[in-house]
Design a protein around this ligand. Structure first.
Ligand SMILES: O=C(CO)[C@H](O)[C@H](O)COP(=O)(O)O
Length: 227
């Protein structure tokens, strides 16, 4: 294993009345995770492209946009234009996945695919070589503060195997129920990017919590800790 673990605070758990302040709290993170929910694919409704523009004005970090929407093929353009640096779309929702990934790339934005907890890794076989990232959901999408689903660990390993077989090296991001208590096993399974909402924004000192999670993850990557 090589390179550093990246920590992506999910602003789903930020205080929306103090979003600028909360973005400052997490300025030492590696990227900002931005959850787009349409009230249809998920039972929750969150942010549109205007909020992404506002976030972009208030952080220098890359913006990692996770589209939890029923019609990503139609909506990705809005977030490309609003300044996303990475866009991930759900395998379960995209009718024209190859076209959507190509569209995102053609606009100079990095692209990835998300798998829900019940979706197996092998569905990515024909697309994995085109991806900059695979996002493995370790909760059912919709809400922060849920419990990590342990089956995600085998899925992370399966995605890594599939990528290696294809000669590809997408980043593997994992999202949901991750904190300092379980980050080591998630990184040991093969995760490169860790999304955390409640663990970071619920901490007394979000910056210190990012640092704690990052150093726990990096120790595993460096082989100092066998999780
Ligand atoms: O995509 C998400 C929910 O659909 C969130 O990003 C995720 O759940 C992070 O929150 P937490 O770390 O509190 O689990």
């Amino acid at each position: 294993m090589s390179s550093s673990v990246q920590i992506a605070p999910s602003i789903l758990s930020a205080d929306m009345a103090w979003l600028g302040r909360d973005l400052e709290y997490v300025s030492q993170a590696d990227l900002i995770h931005f959850d787009v929910m349409d009230g249809h694919f998920t039972g929750n409704l969150t942010f549109g492209p205007d909020i992404l523009r506002a976030v972009k004005r208030n952080t220098d970090l890359p913006l990692d946009v996770h589209m939890m929407v029923s019609d990503p093929d139609h909506m990705v353009e809005w977030f490309v234009e609003a300044g996303a640096d990475m866009i991930t779309v759900h395998w379960e929702a995209s009718t024209h996945l190859h076209r959507t990934i190509s569209f995102i790339h053609e606009h100079g934005v990095r692209a990835g695919v998300v798998l829900n907890p019940a979706t197996p890794a092998h569905v990515l076989e024909s697309i994995i070589s085109d991806l900059d990232m695979v996002l493995v959901m370790s909760v059912n999408p919709g809400f922060g503060g849920q419990r990590f689903i342990p089956g995600a660990l085998a899925k992370i390993k399966a995605v890594k195997r599939l990528a290696e077989q294809a000669g590809a090296a997408p980043l593997i991001e994992v999202d949901g129920g991750i904190s300092a208590n379980n980050i080591e096993e998630v990184v040991a399974a093969g995760a490169d990017v860790i999304v955390a909402g409640s663990a970071i924004f619920g901490a007394t000192d979000p910056a210190a919590e990012i640092e704690r999670m990052r150093s726990l993850g990096n120790a595993v990557k460096a082989g100092h800790i066998q999780a």
